[in-house]
Design a protein around this ligand. Structure first.
Ligand code: FAD
Length: 477
């Protein structure tokens, strides 16, 4: 490499560092292997050194030294991202933020934390303090850090009420440190938040987060079974539109996934049964059951349905085989499926409002068993619609591309989870705000190299259907 890691280590004496190649490699990986494409491209990637700062002053020390010596720095929260976001493509330092995990301050409707705080841990503290909880979290709630969620996530459990992570109001303030000769500490609010949210840590290290809170509930988990998937999807759509029923999760999943992959002892659903997973506030259960009765009680609804599981009617003993329902939803559905069948991967699809139900029906009829349906209902700028994280029985990369193209041709945009760059995984265009901020905050281009095409190759043609090849990628040996 172009830099001397031994000199850097000297410079960082006193900080917690690991350079054992086996351990460094462990901390250089995330859940990229969900994608057979990323698995092929990134499997060999490893940093040279893991540095674990205990506070912001130590972050600044690391950035300053790495800037001076031209060493790349890739931040890492808990490493649960799915697109190789936290993988150091050009080697260098993995900046492990896991030890910066304090919850600093809890107020009415807000919490201030360090970036490495695990989301479930934050919730534990805000619940104990004043019966408040995080409005939204990824299904990796029990393992993911808040800094990693903001740097690389997009929404999840709670998005049915609160929208996406980057929607106005879902993060209140971020404090970041820049990658310069003299790193600066900046407080970002308002419009400025968008400079670094979902930027994969390419333009600043988040050292403090202020996030909004909502009143905490002991959410009631419900699983409703349907003989017909589209009946379940329509039910989910109707329930999502009931603004008076407070809910945190609405997840339709087509048969046979619930039986084959989600239930360890195959107990909660028949093989031909589709399900809708729900989290409902306890005080809304009566209203929910009334909704349920109306929605399924008349013949016009078509197809049979039944409530298969209610956490408020189940003993500890009975639920032994079931994790919390959110660990069957979002990208946990894919994880559960992969535990049973290694050749399964997935897509991320948007079914735009208002035609979502027609589009879902059309697309899933087209693909049949090759692409089993999995939907996540969300509130998107005030309208109810849904994302899909359909499973895909992988055959080869060419067919995977084809499946994505067919989705887009049918009117369902894909957020490609088989690409490691911000642009190809997102809107397939330059994010001018993030790029401009990178010029300011990371002038040498040392933060998480290779993840922002606009920085490396401004001429890249997104319409060419070609995958971006990062020239700075470590070669596989
Ligand atoms: P990491 O993977 O460590 O990092 C994510 C990105 O943020 C990386 O680019 C990293 O460089 C950057 N980063 C980390 N810390 C900082 C920092 N302090 N400053 C700047 N940049 C930083 N995602 C969702 O959005 N919703 C879901 O429901 C969801 N479900 C999932 C289910 C499973 C089973 C899996 C494996 C993943 C899922 N994900 C989901 C993806 C991921 O778990 C979440 O986005 C999670 O919040 C990432 O947090 P992390 O601490 O693991 O981040």
């Amino acid at each position: 490499s172009q830099y001397e890691i031994s000199a850097l280590k000297q410079e960082l004496t006193g900080l917690a560092m690991v350079d054992d190649p086996r351990l460094v490699r462990q901390k250089s990986r995330d859940f990229f292997w969900y994608s057979p494409v990323l698995k092929r491209q990134l499997d060999h990637v490893s940093g040279d050194l893991v540095v674990t700062p205990r506070n912001e002053a130590e972050v600044i020390r690391v950035l300053k030294a790495c800037y001076a010596q031209g060493v790349p720095v890739t931040p890492r929260g808990a490493g649960t991202g799915n697109y190789g976001q936290a993988m150091p493509l050009s080697g260098g330092v993995v900046l492990n933020l896991a030890e910066m995990r304090a919850v600093r301050e809890i107020g009415e409707g807000r919490v201030v934390t360090e970036p490495g705080a695990i989301i479930a841990k934050i919730d534990e503290e805000t619940r104990a303090h004043s019966r408040q909880e995080m409005r939204m979290f990824p299904s990796t709630y029990r393992t993911a850090s808040i800094g990693g969620f903001i740097g690389g996530g997009s929404g999840g459990v709670g998005s049915i009420t609160w929208g996406g992570l980057r929607d106005f109001g879902n993060v209140l303030r971020l404090r970041i440190v820049t990658m310069e000769a003299e790193p600066r500490q900046l407080e970002l609010t308002g419009e400025d938040l968008h400079k670094v949210m979902h930027a994969y840590g390419t333009n600043g290290i988040i050292t403090e987060v202020e996030a909004p809170l909502a009143p905490a509930y002991d959410w009631t988990e419900v699983i409703v079974g349907f003989d017909d998937f589209m009946t379940g999807a329509r039910y989910a759509n109707d329930l999502a539109r009931q603004d008076g029923i407070l809910k945190k999760l609405i997840t339709p999943i087509a048969a046979p996934t619930p039986h084959d992959y989600l239930s360890r002892d195959h107990s909660f659903a028949r093989r031909d049964q589709s399900v809708v997973l729900l989290m409902i506030a306890p005080h809304a259960m009566d209203a929910f059951l009334t909704f349920h009765q109306r929605a399924t009680g008349n013949a016009a609804a078509g197809g049979k349905s039944e409530i298969l599981f209610r956490s408020d009617k189940t003993t500890e003993e009975e639920r032994k085989n079931l994790p919390p329902v959110y660990e069957l939803a979002w990208n946990h559905t894919t994880l559960c499926a992969r535990r049973v069948e290694r050749d399964i991967t997935y897509l991320q699809v948007l079914y735009p409002f208002p035609g979502q139900l027609e589009l879902i029906e059309k697309i899933h009829k087209h693909f049949g068993d090759e692409v089993p349906a999995h939907l996540e209902f969300v509130r998107f700028d005030g309208d109810i619609t849904c994302f899909g994280l359909p499973l895909v029985h992988f055959s080869d990369e060419k067919r995977l591309e084809e499946i994505m193209t067919i989705h887009e041709d049918m009117g369902a945009p894909i957020f490609n989870p088989h690409r490691f760059t911000l642009e190809e995984g997102g809107m397939k265009q330059t994010d001018a705000v993030q790029l401009a901020f990178k010029r300011e905050a990371d002038p040498r281009g040392l933060l998480n190299p290779g993840k922002m095409i606009a920085w490396d190759d401004p001429e890249f043609d997104y319409s060419s259907q070609k995958t971006y090849l990062f020239p700075g990628m470590q070669s596989a040996e």
